[in-house]
Design a protein around this ligand. Structure first.
Ligand code: SF4
Length: 296
């Protein structure tokens, strides 16, 4: 199967030029809407993409600005204790991302001279960086002409180019690669992301869509109803408990399993299991007497 670079070289611009330019006009005011877009330096883009993986953009913006002030470079991040990084991650959730980003900074310093690599394959080898984040950093920060396929972009591409919401991954990648704006791939990818989040949502707002001319989905026969994806409930989940434990040790230098169990009305063995899992990931340290500290 051809790689994304081969597809990028051989792909032809497709679709209605009219709707493509309408999308670019629609995106223009959004081009500088976030600090990592206004100043898309590779380290900032990497930090923002990791933060955005599972956190809403409104919460990411202030956290991003604080984080960059405290850790302005990969070298500064790598040289800081993990506990400081976890404290700076407060409010973002999914704390293992902070530990992975800290480890990625160490690799960037050790193997890439302190500069975030531009090659998507090298990016994807960094801790916590998957294929989507690697493509996003390569296109946003370095102008690589490759699609960045998050859920929203996949939905837009599948609908507009293929006329369905149920296309396979390879088919969507081919269509996205042929469609990308090679003059501004980062802007194009960001425009598709915004469009998928705001307009081409699971229930699409086609009347307000700049891509409505030439959209194959809009004119295709209605698809049969497909079962929606179920989201696991957060309340009472292990993820909630893990977050509470990290929050507790972030606030106090040392807390105990029993203290966490009492505070959140949880069985001690469940808290101990969550602490053991967090310790394995390096997010906390478990000490004698059930004491818990931030990892380091
Ligand atoms: S016209 Fe509708 S289905 Fe097509 S891209 Fe726009 S919002 Fe999505």
């Amino acid at each position: 199967m051809p790689c994304v670079h081969q597809l990028a070289r051989t792909g032809r611009a497709g679709g209605s030029e009219l709707s493509n330019s309408a999308l670019k006009s629609w995106y223009e005011p959004r081009r500088t809407a976030f600090p990592w877009r206004a100043d898309p330096h590779p380290y900032g883009v990497l930090v923002s993409e990791v933060m955005l993986q599972q956190t809403q953009v409104s919460r990411v913006v202030p956290a991003y600005l604080r984080f960059l002030e405290q850790f302005p470079t990969p070298a500064a991040l790598a040289a800081s204790p993990l506990a400081d990084v976890l404290r700076a991650w407060k409010g973002l959730g999914y704390n293992r991302r902070a530990a992975a980003l800290w480890r990625a900074a160490g690799v960037i310093v050790a193997k890439h001279g302190g500069v975030v690599p531009s090659n998507p394959a090298e990016l994807a080898r960094l801790p916590g960086v998957g294929p989507y984040t690697a493509s996003a950093v390569a296109s946003f920060a370095y102008g690589a002409a490759i699609p960045a396929l998050d859920t929203n972009v996949r939905r837009v591409v599948a609908r507009h180019r293929l006329g369905t919401s149920g296309a396979g991954a390879a088919e969507v990648l081919r269509a996205a690669t042929a469609w990308i704006d090679r003059a501004d791939p980062g802007g194009w990818n960001a425009a598709l992301m915004d469009l998928g989040r705001e307009v081409c949502r699971p229930e699409p707002l086609c009347a307000a869509c700049p891509l409505r001319r030439g959209c194959r989905f809009r004119t295709a026969p209605a698809e049969g109803g497909r079962p929606g994806r179920r989201t696991a409930p957060f309340e009472g989940s292990m993820r909630q408990l893990r977050g509470r434990i990290v929050d507790a040790v972030r606030e106090a230098p040392s807390v105990t399993v029993a203290g966490v169990a009492a505070r959140w009305d949880e069985p001690e063995d469940r808290v101990a299991a969550a602490v053991a899992a967090l310790a394995t990931e390096g997010l906390v340290r478990a000490g004698p007497g059930g004491r818990i500290r931030l990892g380091n």
